[in-house]
Design a protein. Structure first.
Length: 728
């Protein structure tokens, strides 16, 4: 062979290489060929719709609201088609939709606008909010369309009619008029005729209750903060009556409650008020298929009432007329996923945007609800004092140390004599309730000699080579015969000795619900003891004699009501380093007290001079909430102001504070170290405070700063939270 070209042998049997064939651009749809798509991408600097070409073959299925697959940054990602338009501002060639995942339009225009507004309110991205609003697709449930669509109520059902009224304009939280129509801030709009208490039922106990229902039936948008009466009649029935009145006005309703136990109560009440099959209940414990099936029933208009936990705040009902939130102070209403929205704020925003009514109900009242009243956005629904006194329990405070010294038997059960007597007399007629603020057996231990907190002396389970620190997690006991263990690393500390005095003996510094049940069982040996808490929540108990020991929020409903109750360790609630400690104590105490029979005895182990205890004694959560709001205004805390927190590594927090373009009225507090587990590393938090009117500017500035960090791929993450519950 030679290097000369002339010496190369001809290969006539071998075909010359062909150029790779390139597929031409797909033929675009003739009408509205551009699709605006929000892609599933959490990066804040890419939080905007992107334009894609709609191929002709997808023209029929590519409707607004459907799920689509698109190519984004070289990868196939999911997204939602927001709208179709005639052209695009993009100067280059548009990529085409890869496929329509399902022809079902699952994102309604109302929910799309709401998710955008929620993202802007909380300095988050629309993609993050959409993950909360639209559940994952379940193909089998989606293909089941056996139930016929029902957009109007059946005329054969008594009391459910559709006069076809339209929703007037609404007033935004803070007093800004929106849209046309009469003002909706009052409980029942003034100057408009309406029925006087037709079918008011449980609302007759409240002077403004019947007019609230009349406004809902007339298609208006009343907004109210409802202080529910205590007693064993319950709160779910009035909620169901408000939903029924809304449906009678031809509109839909959404009810959001803290947990599954509350969902069951409202579910039963709605079945009684509306009949079978006219609403759906959506909870987290449903399987993915059933949950999606029920969500689709609301989307398709087969039902017009939805009850559920916080995810139900985005329920896609058509022609929304009422949103309800029960017990808005419960921290279960705060979303744990970014951007951490609160159900009360989302529902208020949704009611404002949709021109719907809103009902914020509870036995107590939060500072945020009081702020809505003070702004004129909502009106109060309260019973008169004579009615309250007739159904409220008889509350007695008991100082712990002095009362315990009076009775040896009471001291063995950690009960002062007045509490002991209340339980003993109550057990003669039925079940009694004991509320314990801490779960577990002995969740906190201390040295018996010097009272120093007992902490873990083991090294961390994962540590760097240079780390010489110990775990220092708190020690606890799971049972009477168990060895102490660390609540952080989980290891047994059977050989623990106090580093201060050398003693190896321990004592309980905090007593949990299971230990309390054990002590009460010894004090009342002939009475069955039932516990309700983290290990298992009881929904109901019977009318028979029983000692029910429960943690806050897990109290079961007693048939006929409890005959007495004792609220233990009030200092544990009031002594917490928390901005909402007093408000939370009142909420938990009143929720438990509301389960008692009228005029039953309630003993609270706390100082009677504390404002929270005084609110319980007088059954006056309104004055306590007004004082709480006034204090927060004076100190500059939410809801009187808007506040955001930045949490992350010290360098990342300081870096972001140096980059963010804050409004001129902003005040920066910190950063300061925050307590974290050793494995989380050192963390700091900074707080930024602005007037309420500047809240949107603050959220926009924070989102811009996070976008800059994301664009340059900063390694350390800074968590941004707007108006968080755990501010202090």
């Amino acid at each position: 062979m030679t290097d000369s070209d002339d010496a190369l042998l001809p290969l006539e049997a071998v075909r010359p290489a062909e150029k790779a064939k390139t597929l031409g651009a797909p033929v675009a749809a003739a009408d509205l060929p551009v699709a605006r798509v929000v892609v599933d991408n959490p990066l804040p600097h890419l939080d905007r719709p992107f334009d894609y070409l709609v191929p002709e073959r997808m023209d029929a299925e590519a409707r607004p609201g459907v799920r689509v697959r698109v190519r984004f940054a070289g990868k196939l990602v999911d997204g939602f088609l927001l709208e179709r338009v005639a052209g695009s501002d993009h100067g280059g060639r548009l990529a085409a939709l890869e496929r329509v995942v399902s022809p079902e339009p699952v994102l309604t225009p109302e929910i799309a606008g709401l998710t955008r507004a929620v993202a802007d309110r909380y300095a988050g991205t629309m993609a993050d909010v959409l993950r909360l609003a639209v559940p994952p697709r379940h193909a089998r449930a989606e293909s089941d369309k056996s139930a016929p669509a029902q957009t109007e109520p059946a005329q054969t059902e008594p009391g459910i009619t559709a006069p076809g009224s339209t929703a007037p304009g609404s007033t935004a939280p803070g007093g800004t008029e929106q849209g046309g129509g009469e003002q909706g801030g009052a409980v029942a709009d003034e100057g408009r005729p309406g029925r006087t208490g037709e079918g008011s039922g449980a609302w007759e106990a409240y002077p403004m209750g019947p007019s609230f229902l009349d406004a809902l039936r007339d298609g208006r948008h009343p907004r109210a903060v409802w202080s529910a009466l205590p007693g064993n009649t319950g709160w779910a029935v009035p909620v169901a009556e408000a939903v029924r009145a809304t449906l009678e006005g031809g509109r839909a309703a959404v009810v959001v409650v803290p947990d599954g136990k509350d969902v069951v109560m409202v579910d039963e009440a709605l079945t009684g008020a509306l009949g079978e099959g006219r609403h759906v209940a959506i909870t987290a414990d449903l399987g993915p298929a059933e949950r999606y099936r029920r969500w689709l029933r609301a989307l398709r208009g087969q039902v017009r009432a939805v009850v559920g936990t916080r995810a139900a705040m985005f329920a896609p009902v058509e022609k929304l007329g009422l949103v309800v939130i029960w017990d808005d102070g419960d921290d279960l209403h705060a979303e744990r996923l970014s951007p951490y929205p609160h159900a009360r704020e989302v529902l208020a925003l949704r009611a404002h945007r949709a021109g719907a009514g809103m009902l914020i109900g509870g036995y107590s009242r939060t500072a945020e609800a009081t702020q809505l009243l003070a702004s004129g956005w909502a009106g109060p629904i309260v019973a008169d004092r004579a009615t309250v006194r007739a159904v409220a329990p008889r509350v007695k405070p008991a100082g712990e140390d002095g009362e315990l010294a009076k009775d040896q038997a009471a001291r063995a059960a950690r009960l002062p004599s007045v509490a002991w007597r209340a339980l003993r007399l109550g057990l003669e007629d039925g079940p009694v309730l004991v509320q314990v603020p801490r779960r577990g057996y002995l969740p906190s231990l201390a040295c018996r000699t010097c009272r120093a907190p007992a902490r873990c002396a083991h090294p961390p389970t994962r540590a760097t080579l240079t780390e010489q620190l110990l775990c220092h997690g708190p020690l606890a006991l799971r049972g009477g015969h168990a060895a102490p263990y660390c609540r952080w690393c989980g290891r047994i500390a059977g050989d623990w000795r106090c580093p201060s005095c050398g003693d190896g003996r321990i004592r309980a510094s905090v007593v949990g619900a299971r230990r309390t049940a054990e002590e009460l069982g010894r004090a009342f040996p002939s009475v069955p003891v039932k516990t309700s808490g983290r290990d298992g929540v009881l929904a109901t108990v019977g009318e028979g004699r029983a000692l029910v020991v429960a943690t806050p929020g897990a109290e079961p409903v007693a048939a006929g009501g409890y005959t007495a109750a004792v609220l233990l360790d009030g200092w544990a609630m009031l002594g917490r380093a928390d901005l909402r400690a007093g408000e939370e104590a009142v909420r938990r105490w009143m929720n438990a007290a509301a389960l008692l029979r009228p005029s039953a005895e309630l003993v609270v182990l706390a100082d009677a001079a504390m404002p929270a205890v005084q609110a319980l004694l007088r059954w006056d959560p309104i004055t306590h909430a007004e004082r709480e709001l006034a204090d927060r205004r004076e100190l500059g805390f939410p809801p009187a102001v808007r506040m955001a927190t930045l949490t992350g590594s010290p360098s990342a927090v300081r870096e972001m504070l140096g980059e963010v373009r804050l409004p001129s009225q902003a005040q920066v507090l910190g950063p300061v170290p925050v307590e974290t587990r050793r494995s989380d590393g050192e963390q700091e938090r900074a707080m930024i405070r602005v007037p309420r009117s500047v809240g949107p500017e603050l959220a926009l500035a924070l989102k811009g700063a996070t976008g800059v960090r994301a664009a340059r791929k900063a390694q350390d993450v800074v968590r941004v939270s707007v108006d968080p519950l755990d501010l202090i």
